[in-house]
Ligand binder design. Sequence first.
Ligand SMILES: Nc1nc2c(ncn2[C@@H]2O[C@H](COP(=O)(O)OP(=O)(O)OP(=O)(O)O)[C@@H](O)[C@H]2O)c(=O)[nH]1
Ligand SMILES: [Mg+2]
Length: 460
Amino acid sequence: MWDDTIAAIATPLGEGGIGIVRVSGPEAMGIAGRLFQSASGANWRMKGSHRLFRGRVVDPANGRLVDEILLGVMRAPHTYTREDVVEFNCHGGIVAVRRVLELALSAGARLAAPGEFTRRAFLNGRIDLAQAEAVIDLIRARTDTGLEVAAGQLTGRLSRRVRQLQDELLGLVARVEASIDFPEEDAGFNSADDLECGLADLIDAVARLIRQAETGRVYREGISTVIAGRPNVGKSSLLNALLDENRAIVTDIPGTTRDVIEEVLNVRGIPLRLADTAGLRETADKVEKAGVERARELLQQAELVLLVIDAGAGLTDADRELIKLAGHKKGLILINKSDLGGAAVITEQLREMDSKPVLSVSARFGTGLEQLLDAIGNLVLSGAVAPAGDLLVSNVRHQDALKRCLNHLKAARLSLAGHMPVDLAAIDLREAWEALGEITGTAVSEDIIDRIFSDFCIGK
Ligand SMILES: Nc1nc2c(ncn2[C@@H]2O[C@H](COP(=O)(O)OP(=O)(O)OP(=O)(O)O)[C@@H](O)[C@H]2O)c(=O)[nH]1
Ligand SMILES: [Mg+2]
């Protein structure tokens, strides 16, 4: 437990129905006592926990009324942080909320660091690290599926599975160590077989989690996608058609788009981070040139490429060059303006080039867009599991820990199979156990914890 009390604005700054100042720590009740006057005159501090009281915040320095509020009172230990928590539910204007925060700070609280409330929840043992990470995923979720994965992790689904695997591992470690201590016991042979069996099961289980992790990551982080192609082929029109709004400027002048325009699109539950870019060509125009350079960079960085070709113009040398440039990338070739005809010929020519999957669309008339979304979904998940019902590891940090765990398990299997000294296997099994512990935070360094919570917003 901490001896200081933290405070922060927990709602977004701006105009809204309510704005909340949250205070947590041993002085939370004392601070509320100094600032809050209950409307009924009753002594709220004598009443129970988890209750709301109507009243006013008054500046103790001059007796001035600051706001009429509802005070939420939650006493330790059944609170978000496991500490005493009070929440000032103010009228949601910037000034009122800031004033109440200032008063809380001058009454003895310290401004909370990003994620510090959740960090206390973790350090006070209410949630583990994977659950704390789920909090930020939940806040940042951009699709229902992303939300579902995060919510499952917040309830401790992943943590339970990891602890289960850790228990099984400990069982193996104990047996390996027993065979070190009593090498002559003639339980010998059978138990070695047993051990290998147990180890093989564990390897399967961890490998399965890793296989599904890529899907989880996609649902959580989305896919960076770039729409690229020569000028005037209809890239911006395509972005607009997919978003169903006039987001990017469209004209019949080649070189219209200069800056990168990014939007998130929900494709079958996957957040597609779509970037419309400047048409790729040599140009003397300084501004357009900068845009083209940016587009080339994005083309290299993106995970998914949508290469657009103009059906009306036919397949040009520049198109062919672009297709080669993006050859190693996951993506689709879109023959846009298919309403103008000519798509069939281009499809045939592309088939000879043995390029990416090809689709005909018309951004202007909205044709082929559903097929496009399906194709993107298939490409990204490439037949991977649907999240419903499955436990999905969505976080790269967790994925990395699982991979290290798997490596140690495999190393242990190798030493056992090669009749190496059992101590070697025991060391690997212990390290595998620790790698799993990094996920839930039982074995994790302060640096990693700092990094995780610095990602949070203040007030969470
Ligand atoms: N017939 C037809 N015209 C289209 C279609 N899609 C776009 N266009 C037209 O093509 C022209 C160029 O469209 P944009 O979306 O600005 O093309 P762009 O690829 O973004 O062009 P730059 O930003 O200059 O690289 C506009 O006149 C659009 O109306 C389509 O599906 N069919
Ligand atoms: Mg454009």
